[in-house]
Write a protein of this length. Structure first.
Lengths: 146, 432, 425
């Protein structure tokens, strides 16, 4: 019966974080370790459903002793942009939002969309690399506070 | 019932099961024939301080390995994992797959017991919020505790979670039933599925039960209510249905799910047929501790099943009893059988699988039905394990040694769930 | 199944125990007046929790509803069953139901319910038992913990009291359970296996561990400062559902049985349909397909055309996903008639009673027919382009209602719909 969490005070290297993230993904999504690379898309390549995101964060928080909330994943993806800037009133993506998506996905082609993207679609562009970045950010933040 | 209803017959065309004595109908039959109950001291947890410390467990079960999904292994509670695997086996046994199933015309009916998520999910959070004096601190709980609760706790705790995973996997999009019960769920799910197909609400149903009573809390609760035997020194001899020295069931675990199909569609697709579900009755003993009242109710329930099957008592060739080995439970069902079937009922062979497997909870009804199909296929009835000194006041012809070369066309299955849920099913052999 | 049914089912008694009122009259009066029962949580300290609001039943006591012989049971029954006991007693009285006049096997029970959750104090107790003290010992004060299982307490508290020896279903399909319990009850009567069924649901998910667990999923409203405005189905600014508790029971009876004993008949339950959304365990159906199938099956079972329905009591949870998906489902099932329907979500006032939700909303459908009034969707302030039906915004509407339909869609994919109609000869 696990009653303890592992807390590591040192800031790990990017490779160490990737290894931890990989382990969490294997556990949460039941994928093989060699399917997971920094470039993998969480939704398309690894089959992440919205509810798995919570599991993934829980795994990360337990592994790295961080506290990443679901909202923070979105704000990380938005690169500091607020939700009101990213979305229009009808909750479809704004012009500024599409600019951010183009930053995330270099080969993104908006003309191929059949209909406007909405808030829920953002996670389609989420890669393992972003998870690693997020964990590193949080670890650095935590080290600063300590 | 209109005439149109009567035209739809319901065949069983597939089954999948897991039990402490095997994972195919043939295995279970062979081990039953071996005549020994596999009960032993509980292996899964420390039961030392409980009044009942024995159980029948499914050996060598690793959810992670067998489910092939870390996510499911984590989210399914014990018992649900058996159900998920039994569903896969039943679908494949029926020669079906997710492509060939007509989703909207295919339903699912499940009997199970569930009590929310694992209580352990909250232990880390509680520990993080304890003061030095060991009291829970509200602020510490908010600051340090809440984030330690696994986020899928509510999903894990959904009563219908396993049913969803099965329906999702095999695209069962039609009518659905999820009954909470303490032993009667699987039999009820089968009966309600029979009615649903007859009414034309579905052409195919995946139906049955899954359960695990090998759990510290359940063992404590059920033993407390005197439903489990306390014969800890002789585990294999503990479950003794209809015996003068009976004192309750041995807690077990398992799953048995069946594919029920509208007979015409089953024949059209060339499905192999185990047998036919012909009649269903269900009732509740009230007041639940009044054995005479329970007997009256169960008698009516059996008559209802016979009427539903359109057959008379003399057309029943054998009885499969519930045999939970509680003093009252065994008395009620044997008397009710005599009342409902008359003298004929006391002469036909009466058996039960239960003491060969332990009480499989909500899986018992469907598991025992599977064994009735085996009996009709082999024209053989196996004896009641551990019945050494039949209680003289119980009026039926209990089977104490194998009976072969019989003519078994139709049988009656009785099922009791605690405290007093009764189900009766009339089943016929394949080919009429 | 459009042929007229040989055995028809009518509603002869009803009750409600809910956040807006402790009986049917007060609940219905509040709901017609657009009054919310949602408040800050009072039964435990939820200060600073992510979600601090809920719909609680206030000043509830079970004693007046218990038989003399059941007094000792009363205090140890879990709260959900207590509310179920009260609701059953009130519904039976409303129906003039006398158990001695019905053979036990002709009276059954079919209710939506689930095992009562343990609270944090109990969880802490179990932790002490299971982690700190090995081997664990069963605590003496939890001897009747089996009453937490509705399959046990329903027989002991309801079955014995009302001599209900017929079919007994504990339907546990989360948010669809109340509606599906009615479905099983109707079929039992139609098939001739019972003449009267006590049917509905009860739940008390306003429990610490439930509130926390649901809030971790991010599906509950966090409008903690304005409890009464938190549940806002179909409103663009909706941010999740509000959990609540309560019970509702309908006495369902075979038509001739009811007529022979001269019972008052509120309405006929003419149709039931169910389906399963198999796409995702907690998200609503993306195209509304499976929920629409449940609606269409219910109409077909009732032998009715979409045009014959005037009022729909929506599942309307106030989550982003459900309300949009349900709007699509209603459009799909009702076609052009969808624009002429009055559709409201009474969850805007009651919150979400989970296993009891469908039962309470069925009661509202019957009352809507009885009084020719569609209850409102309150807190409807900002139209959402994805939700474009007539939601009876903010004020009840007097209108002729001969037939109404109630929807329920569950976490876990189960969908159910029931149709009620003013009794036609």
């Amino acid at each position: 019966m696990r009653d303890e969490i592992v807390v590591n005070a040192e800031i790990p290297t990017r490779d160490e974080v990737f290894a931890g993230v990989q382990e969490c993904l294997v556990e949460s999504l039941a994928v093989d370790p060699d399917e997971v690379s920094e470039d993998s898309l969480l939704v398309e390549d690894l089959g992440l459903a919205s509810i798995d995101m919570l599991d993934l964060l829980f795994g990360l928080n337990t592994t790295f002793g961080t506290y990443i909330r679901p909202q923070e994943v979105q704000s990380h993806l938005l690169g500091g942009m607020s939700e009101d800037e990213f979305l229009k009133a009808d909750r479809t993506v704004s012009e500024k939002g599409y600019e951010r998506i183009a930053e995330l996905v270099p080969d993104f082609d908006r003309s191929k969309l059949e209909e406007d993207l909405t808030d829920g679609d953002l996670f389609q562009f989420f890669r393992v690399r972003h998870v690693v970045d997020l964990v590193l950010d949080k670890m650095a933040e935590k080290a600063e506070n300590a | 019932m209109s005439e149109a209803d009567e035209k739809r017959r319901v065949f069983v065309t597939g089954m999948g099961l897991l039990s402490p004595i095997g994972r195919t109908a043939d295995d279970v039959w062979q081990r039953w024939a071996g005549g020994r109950c596999p009960a032993g001291p509980v292996k899964r947890f420390d039961a030392t301080n409980l009044p009942t410390r024995i159980a029948t467990e499914i050996p060598d079960f690793s959810p992670r390995k067998e489910l092939k999904s870390g996510r499911l292994a984590r989210l399914l509670r014990p018992g649900e994992d058996f159900g998920y695997l039994a569903a896969a086996a039943a679908i494949s046994d029926a020669g079906l797959d997710r492509e060939s199933i007509n989703g909207p015309r295919s339903g699912i009916a499940i009997g199970c017991r569930k009590e929310g998520p694992k209580v352990e999910n909250f232990f880390s959070a509680i520990k993080a919020s304890l003061t030095e004096a060991g009291e829970m601190d509200h602020q510490k709980f908010i600051d340090d505790g809440i984030k330690l609760i696994p986020p899928q706790t509510i999903v894990e705790g959904l009563p219908n979670a396993c049913m969803y995973y099965i329906a999702h996997e095999y695209v069962l999009q039609g009518i659905n039933y999820n009954f909470l019960a303490l032993g009667s769920g699987g039999a009820m799910a089968l009966g309600e599925s029979l009615r649903a197909i007859r009414r034309g609400e579905a052409d195919l149903m995946l139906a049955g039960g899954y359960d695990s009573w090998v759990n510290w809390v359940y063992l404590a609760q059920l033993s407390n209510r005197r439903l489990l035997s306390r014969n800890n020194d002789h585990p294999q001899k503990a479950h003794r249905p209809f015996d003068s020295n009976r004192d309750g069931s041995v807690a077990g675990e398992g799953a048995c799910l069946m594919i029920l199909e509208d007979a015409d569609s089953a024949v059209r697709r060339g499905a192999s047929v185990y047998g036919e579900l012909q009649g269903y009755g269900s009732a509740t003993g009230v007041p639940h501790e009044d054995l005479a009242a329970c007997t009256r109710v169960l008698t009516g329930c059996i008559r209802q099943a016979l009427a539903d099957a359109g057959c008379g008592p003399e057309e029943i060739d054998f009885v499969h009893l519930s045999g939970d080995a509680t003093p009252g439970g065994d008395a009620v069902e044997t008397r009710a059988t005599m009342e409902a079937l008359g003298r004929h009922g006391t002469q036909i062979p009466a058996t039960t699988l239960k003491s060969a497997t332990g009480h499989l909870g909500n899986a018992s009804g469907s598991m025992e039905l599977a064994m009735m199909f085996e009996a009709m296929k082999r024209q053989t009835i196996l004896p009641i394990v551990n019945l050494e000194d039949p209680d003289p006041v119980l009026p039926l012809s209990f089977v104490t040694s194998p009976m072969e070369g019989l003519e078994l066309r139709r049988g009656l299955l009785l099922n009791r769930g605690w405290p007093s849920h009764y189900t009766a099913l009339v089943v016929g052999r394949a080919g009429g | 199944m459009t042929a007229r049914k040989a055995r028809r089912v009518v509603v002869t008694g009803m009750s409600a125990v809910s956040p807006p009122g402790n009986d049917l009259a007060s609940t219905w009066a509040s709901v017609k007046a657009g009054a919310s029962g949602v408040r800050s949580v009072q039964s435990f300290d939820a200060t600073d929790w992510p979600v601090q609001i809920a719909g609680e039943v206030r000043d509830f006591r079970v004693d007046p509803f218990l038989d003399e012989s059941q007094r000792s049971l009363g205090e140890i029954l879990p709260r959900n069953v207590q509310m179920g006991v009260a609701a059953t007693a009130m519904a039976a009285e409303d129906a003039g139901l006398q158990p001695e006049s019905i053979p036990p096997e002709r009276l059954g029970i079919s209710v939506g319910a689930y095992t009562t959750c343990i609270n944090l104090r109990q969880a802490a107790g179990w932790r002490t038992l299971m982690v700190d003290h090995a081997p664990p010992r069963y605590p003496d004060d939890e001897k009747r913990i089996d009453l937490r299982l509705p399959q046990v307490s329903i027989v002991e508290a309801l079955g014995d009291r009302w001599r209900a020896g017929g079919p007994n279903y504990v339907v546990s399909t989360a948010c669809a359970a109340g509606t599906q319990a009615l479905g099983s009850a109707v079929r039992a009567i139609e098939d001739g296996r019972a003449d009267v069924m006590i049917s509905g649901g009860f739940d008390n998910m306003v429990e610490e561990v439930v509130l926390l667990s649901f809030s971790l999923l991010g599906v509950m409203s966090q409008r903690n400062d304005e409890p009464e405005r938190a549940s806002r189905p179909f409103d663009r600014q909706r941010d999740g559902f509000v959990i609540s508790e309560g019970a509702a029971i309908l006495i369902l009876e075979e038509l001739k049985h009811a007529q022979q004993r001269g019972a008052r008949i509120y309405a006929e339950l003419t149709g039931y349909g169910a389906s399963m959304t198999t796409e995702h365990i907690t998200d609503a159906a993306t195209d509304g397909g499976a929920p629409a199938a449940a609606i269409s099956l219910a109409l077909q079972d009732a032998g009715m055309e979409p045009e014959q329905i005037q009022y729909v009591n929506a599942h309307g949870t106030s989550t982003r996903g459900n309300d949009k998906s349900e709007t699509m489902a209603i459009r799909k099932a009702f076609g052009e008639h969808a624009d002429r329907l009055a559709v409201s979500s009474t969850k805007s006032m009651t919150g979400h009673l989970i296993h009891a939700a469908g039962a309470l909303e069925a009661v509202f459908c019957v009352m809507a027919i009885h009084d020719n009034v569609a209850p409102p969707t309150i807190n409807y302030e900002h139209p959402d382009p994805g939700c474009d039906l007539d939601y009876v915004p903010n004020e009840a509407r007097e209108m002729p209602i001969d037939a109404a339909l109630s929807n329920s869609f569950a976490f876990g994919g189960n969908n159910g719909a029931v149709v009620f109609r003013r009794l036609q000869e």
